[in-house]
Design a protein around this ligand. Structure first.
Ligand SMILES: [Zn+2]
Length: 87
C-alpha cells in the first residue's frame, strides 16, 4: 500500500465521509447566513438564489454590504413602529 505524500487533512477526510458539520457563524439578513464547518473550517454562505455556496472574499464583501443595508432597514422599521405606537 502506497503512502500518500499529500498533506491530507484528517478532518477533511472525515467531512468527505460523514459530511460537514456546519454551524451558523453570522446572521447577515433574515435569509442570508454564513456557516462554518466546525470540523474542516470550510465556510459557506447563502447566495441570492437561496442556495449554499462557498464563502469567497467576494461573497464576504456582498454579505457585509447586505448586513449594512439590513441593519439600516431594521432600525428604520423599529423607528417607524415606535412612531406609530407613540401616536
Ligand atoms: Zn467540513
Amino acid at each position: 500500500m502506497k503512502k500518500s505524500t499529500s498533506a491530507t487533512n484528517p478532518s477533511k477526510l472525515y467531512c468527505a465521509i460523514f459530511g460537514h458539520n456546519y454551524k451558523v457563524t453570522r446572521q447577515v439578513t433574515h435569509h442570508v447566513k454564513e456557516y462554518k464547518c466546525s470540523c474542516c473550517k470550510k465556510e459557506l454562505t447563502t447566495n441570492s438564489n437561496g442556495h449554499l455556496t462557498e464563502l469567497t472574499p467576494k461573497f464576504k464583501e456582498i454579505n457585509a454590504t447586505l448586513a449594512k443595508i439590513y441593519s439600516n432597514k431594521l432600525s428604520r422599521m423599529n423607528a417607524q413602529r415606535f412612531n406609530t405606537s407613540a401616536a
